[in-house]
Design a protein. Structure first.
Length: 128
């Protein structure tokens, strides 16, 4: 369903697993957001550099080339205010502290439920 609060927002999905990436695109397409995609950390940095108007980045932690922590630190250097939400596997829950230290605004645990994701995006936009 189209969402009044999310419609027109630019969202970058960073996920190396293709089926997970397609799933996130499917969930978010119907909210009316503008979607960008990257499948590794370096690509995420490159897409962010070219799109300074991104509102939210959904960053997978385990990524090839450059992982989610390092990519987020790099992106923070030129996008101090963008919302970055980590997507973490259940086993990485212990890394909560590292997630916050690395410059993420928030995190969501996989498997990601659509309602959960949408609520998290809206609450972080509301904090700005
Ligand atoms: Mg991954």
């Amino acid at each position: 369903m189209e969402n009044e609060f999310l419609k027109g927002r630019k969202v970058l999905i960073v996920e190396d697993d293709q089926s997970s990436r397609l799933y996130l695109n499917k969930i978010l397409e119907r909210t009316g957001v503008i979607l960008l995609n990257a499948s590794d950390g370096q690509e995420a940095i490159d897409v962010a550099l070219k799109n300074p108007d991104i509102d939210i980045i959904l960053m997978d932690i385990q990524l090839p080339v450059i992982d989610g922590y390092k990519s987020t630190e790099k992106i923070r250097e030129f996008m101090p205010d963008v919302i970055i939400i980590a997507q973490t596997a259940y086993g990485l829950l212990g890394d909560k502290e590292k997630i916050i230290e690395s410059g993420f605004n928030d995190y969501i645990i996989k498997p990601i439920l659509s309602q959960n994701l949408i609520e998290k995006m809206i609450s972080n936009l509301g904090k700005k």
